[in-house]
Write a protein that binds this ligand. Structure first.
Ligand code: HBI
Length: 364
């Protein structure tokens, strides 16, 4: 297959791009679009109506959003709303598929996996979450076996939650380092960044702020207002400040001035975009030793891995922050999480899939 590629990227059906509710997927979609475009590939992005991803234009598709899988349990069946935006985006993909070399699915949903064998254009799947329901595990496994190399994950830790771990390509993630400024003179603040939702565990960071007395700045969308209110009530004396959901440019300015980023999820996170954003600013990480974070944090070099769900562990790590060289944090981001490094991994992944499908065609 000759470069450049014609690529069709289909976003997650759980959110409108630009709202922040798309979390890691929004950032990955933007970064991969930017880097693939810079390399001369042609990219079209398809996303739910209202999506904005400047400077790129988005093909907006109407319809009802999908229920996020984290609201479901292991045995939940697959459900679709009427006039599903997921179904509508894939109907659009079906219609235009002949204009593209490859389609990339950025959602964690059953339908695009199921549709893989019905399309003539190969589909690559970027799986953004760990194992969550049996129905999803099952369909991803079928695709992994039948279409080698098409399943990519963020980290080995994420892959290890699936039976088909060995069939996964690991992409990690990346950030545009030119927007994140290294800051070596932090003020006396800790940071927490993320969607405010129970699985993200913000209450543990707030508890650590209350114990240490070091102010905690909180950045992100309040996805679960009741959970946020309860956290504030449970820790009335915690020195916390809610900063809102900021643009990347504003976030990095504030984040860079913090002593450390606390990353305290109760679930196995596939990656940890906020962690690499912090590293890019030279901000050390204090993270639960769980999921993708175990592969991002270099313990005692660019931060500390803490026993999961241990507030005392967070407090101890905060007291040891002077052992971390902020420049080592920025250097880790430059070595592994630049857009160029991400682009090399993504390009290799797509190339493997295209080679496989060209071989398949020549056998037929
Ligand atoms: N749930 N059903 C579904 N589909 C997704 O694409 C999805 C999700 N939950 C969370 C999720 N994606 C995350 O990766 C967020 O970054 C949006």
């Amino acid at each position: 297959m000759q470069l450049p590629y014609k690529l069709l990227f289909i976003s997650t059906p759980v959110s409108v791009i630009g709202t922040g509710l798309g979390g890691g997927v929004e950032l990955a979609l933007f970064n991969i679009t930017q880097e693939m475009t810079r390399r001369g590939h042609q990219v079209e992005v398809v996303a739910p109506q209202g999506s904005v991803m400047q400077p790129f234009t988005v093909k907006e598709i109407a319809g009802e959003l999908q229920i996020p899988v984290q609201n479901q349990t292991r045995n939940s069946p697959i459900t679709m709303p009427k006039n599903s935006v997921l179904a509508n985006m894939w109907e659009y993909a079906r219609q235009v598929q002949t204009q593209y070399d490859l389609i990339v699915n950025f959602s964690y949903d059953w339908l695009p996996l199921y549709l893989t064998s019905f399309f003539n254009t190969p589909i690559a799947h970027r799986i953004s979450m760990s194992s969550w329901t049996d129905a999803m595990d099952n369909i991803i496994e079928q695709v992994a076996i039948r279409f080698p190399d098409t399943i990519a994950v963020c980290t080995q830790a994420q892959a290890a939650t699936f039976k088909f771990e060995q069939q996964c390509t690991c992409l990690l993630n990346g950030v545009d380092l030119s927007i994140y400024q290294f800051c070596n003179q932090p003020s006396n603040n800790l940071a927490w960044v993320g969607r405010i939702s129970p699985e993200k565990g913000i209450e543990d960071a707030v508890a650590a702020a209350q114990i240490t007395g070091i102010p905690l700045k909180i950045f992100g969308v309040k996805q679960d207002e009741n959970y946020w209110q309860k956290t504030c009530q449970d820790y009335p004396d915690a020195p916390i400040e809610y900063m809102g959901f900021l643009s990347t440019v504003e976030l990095q300015k504030e984040l860079g001035q913090c002593l450390a980023l606390l990353v305290t999820p109760h679930c196995v996170e596939a990656f940890g975009n906020v962690a690499i954003e912090a590293l890019a600013c030279g901000v050390p990480l204090i993270a639960y030793s769980r999921g993708g974070l175990t592969e991002i944090v270099q313990d005692r070099k660019t931060g500390f891995l803490v026993e999961p769900d241990s507030v005392q562990g967070l407090v101890t790590a905060i007291q040891r922050l002077d052992q971390i060289d902020r420049y080592a944090c920025r250097q880790q981001a430059e070595a592994t999480y630049s857009l160029e490094a991400l682009g090399d991994r993504v390009e290799q992944w797509l190339q493997n899939i295209l080679n496989n499908s060209t071989q398949k065609k020549s056998i037929l």
